[in-house]
Design a protein around this ligand. Structure first.
Ligand code: NAD
Length: 306
């Protein structure tokens, strides 16, 4: 069965749209998200355009602040501090990757975790590891929400995560192995976890055998067709995070997007599987909107993170 991230994300957006409209009708302001974009990375420009469109659809006030590639690190950090202190801004994100001369870790460390709606700062991750309220990294949070939407429990399951990045692999593994805790108001997936997690990466030996022992496999490696049918146990759940461009002369763009899973061959073995596109991607954006709404709730309705 296909895990339809596009559909579940649309349902989340619809719920948010109604909540935003309800608050507005009752005299409250709408939530505000700021997206900081540095330079002209073509993929980043597409991601930012999609995020803006999604915000507009649900009625979130969204502002893009664009800087040229050569902005000085100091200036960018100053702009981030301004956003931390701007009372009209509920949450903001700095689109990654950043140009080489700017330290990603300095940028992330400067963002106030209460406005960190992408859930990527060291403070957010540290708090999440300790079970304290914090925004969870958007992509792993989206995966948890998607599993939740299809009533796929992770309790006691062996989950193999392929990839150990700070934005997907590490936070995903951490969330799955946690005891369930209430991280934030309005979050259904906060009760998920309790899995036995194995994290695999480029130096892992016996990847095939490890994957074959998994009840759930989450692949975030950035390598097309990495997960083959022979690596998947009959009936396993397969989550494909990968977004890879492969040449395709028949497409008007000259390329098409594929995931990290050999979908055509794995689909018949998996009990549930996400497509690319239309699986994890839309869920990631839905989480950004949900987190913005939760940040707004904290500021406007007094549901504070402590
Ligand atoms: P990354 O690109 O920073 O690193 C890749 C990780 O995969 C590394 O930890 C590496 O050790 C591991 N890896 C690479 N090849 C491997 C192999 N052959 N065997 C085992 N492990 C291997 O990771 P990332 O930033 O998490 O991105 C991974 C993929 O997910 C990319 O395609 C990216 O575009 C995509 N992504 C998608 C979303 C989304 O919303 N759908 C969000 C973030 C990233």
């Amino acid at each position: 069965m296909i895990l339809d991230g596009k559909k579940v994300a649309a349902e989340i957006r619809e719920k948010l749209r109604k909540s935003v409209a309800f608050n507005l009708a009752n005299g409250l302001r709408v939530p505000k998200l700021v997206i900081v974009l540095v330079g002209h990375n073509p993929a980043s420009e597409i991601y930012v355009a999609n995020k803006i469109k999604a915000c507009q659809e649900v009625g979130i006030d969204v502002e893009k602040i664009a800087f040229e590639e050569d902005i000085k690190e100091r200036r960018l950090l100053t702009e981030i501090r301004k956003l931390n202190n701007d009372q009209s801004v509920d949450g903001f994100i700095v689109q990654l990757p950043l140009p080489e001369h700017i330290s990603e870790s300095k940028v992330l460390t400067t963002i106030d975790f209460r406005k960190d709606v992408d859930g990527l700062t060291p403070m957010s991750m540290g708090r999440a590891i300790q079970g304290l309220p914090a925004f969870r990294s958007a992509t792993p949070a989206g995966i948890q929400e998607l599993l939740n939407a299809y009533n796929i429990s992770t309790e006691g399951k062996h989950v193999v995560v392929i990839g150990r990045s700070n934005i997907v692999g590490k936070p995903m593994a951490m969330m799955l192995m946690q005891r369930p805790y209430l991280s934030l108001p309005n979050m259904s997936a906060s009760s998920m976890g309790d899995a036995t997690v194995t994290v695999c990466h480029s130096k892992t030996r016996n990847l095939d055998a490890i994957c074959r022992s998994a009840d759930i496999i989450i692949v975030a490696a950035g390598s097309p067709k990495l997960l083959k049918a022979g690596m998947v146990k009959e009936g396993a759940v397969v989550i494909d995070v990968g977004i890879n461009r492969v040449d395709d002369a028949s497409s008007p763009r000259g390329y098409r997007l594929v995931g990290d899973v050999d979908f055509e061959n794995v689909v018949s073995k998996a009990s549930y599987i996400t497509p690319v596109p239309g699986g994890v991607g839309p869920m990631t954006i839905a989480m950004l909107l949900m987190h913005t709404y939760v940040a707004y709730n904290g500021r406007v309705l007094g549901l504070k993170m402590k």
